[in-house]
Design a binder for this molecule. Sequence first.
Ligand code: SAH
Ligand code: SF4
Ligand code: F3S
Length: 474
Amino acid sequence: MSKYITDAPVTEPERQYYYMERCREWLAAKKEELGRDLTCGIFTFGCQMNFHDSEKIIAILEKIGYVKTESEEADFVLYNTCTVRENANERVYGRLGQLKTIKAKKNPGMLISLCGCMMQEEHVIERIKKSYKYVDIVFGTHNIYKLAELLYTRIMNNEQIIDIWQEAKEIVEDLPIDRKYSFKAGVNIMYGCNNFCSYCIVPYVRGRERSRTPRDIIREIESFAADGVKEIMLLGQNVNSYGKNLEEPVTFAGLLRMVEQIEGIERIRFMTPHPKDLSDELIETMAASKKICSHVHLPLQSGSTRILEKMNRRYTKEQYLALVERIKAAMPDVSITTDIIVGFPGETDEDLEETLDVVRKAGFDSAFTFQYSRRTGTPAAKMDNQVSDEDMTRRFNKLLKVVQDTAAVRTARMQGKTECVLVEDVNSHDDTMVTGRLSNNTVVHFKGDKSLIGQIVNVRLDECKGFYYIGERV
Ligand code: SAH
Ligand code: SF4
Ligand code: F3S
């Protein structure tokens, strides 16, 4: 690159603002040439983390001058990928094939970029180099902030750019961000994961745990609050380990108390705490808080202590249930949601019964249920006794039924009550209705129009429909 650029600053984020400017000049010339705006579209797979990364990516592209679109026929198309399960992976290859046709037939100037967790896997990069030469820019989870520099290099070189880092070099602050909603925002408090649950690929593709400083986090949230944001979602793969490795260590509960002080912020959410180290300090902080939402997403994964050990989760069935009890004792209205995997190697029908037992006893408000997916490079992929597809499906269906039945009973406990709802959107099926969430994250639909979006209003919860409510504004 030094062939073309001699005056780029060496420090971040200044260097990236420099490249945004260079790209902006190039784009302005293109716009002139084509006589129209140039568009960009990003398609995101996976978790909250990835959706938040996509907001950063879009912000960089908007700064360059691209106009955001939902269309896959944009001038710059990006797929922000997930690899946590095989099916997320396959969908990306499928859609890439379709993009090739669009690029060839409709828009030869189209730029295609792949990023996100899948790109951190060697075999994926090999496949892209070999079979997907029409992909222009490939980057990973550690160098998102470099997008403008990569784009400029691609424009200047006209060849495929692949830039994947094994580890993050630094946490770059003060880059632009484009929030999907005006009233709520995600905030990374930490990156990576050190837990190495034996089935999970996340530690390999997101690297080691790194916490942002409270100062940087608070500053970002204050600027969101000044912008009208009411709800904050603090993001990390295991928020309980937040702050342990900072120069001046801070606990996650300590960070929450600082966020609580920020004026204008009315609701604080977080994802995800790990059951092995959810502290009493956190429970007390939540119970004492007016702003921290009454919701804990507490991934169970399995209810069988034998399987939990093989999963390297570091808690037992009994410890998990005792934790749920402690949380409920401190916050009787709390909702607890979870993630469960069926079909982990060596799982038997008896193990599934243990899981069902926890589901019945814990009283989850909802649960995401997954079939175990074998991820190359993880310890579980090499374990004996991989469960057959037939057993997997049978157990999955059994679990789903118990989850649905118990969740419907638990969710219905609010029936008839009047609760505060933050309105998020016009209902996607009926535009005379709006959709919002209770503090405990339960979804509510009620009569209203788009002027309510972003407001917190009182709604009577008239009818529970399993996972959600139909209500009326009062
Ligand atoms: N850090 C979070 C979530 C990580 S991924 C946590 O610890 O809970 C989100 C969910 O995907 C996990 O909770 C798990 O239930 C599921 N998951 C992860 N790896 C999986 C795999 N190999 N097969 C099936 N589900 C998986
Ligand atoms: Fe994966 Fe476990 Fe880390 Fe969650 S805590 S991201 S499941 S390794
Ligand atoms: Fe998927 Fe990466 Fe999230 S693998 S679940 S997008 S951390």
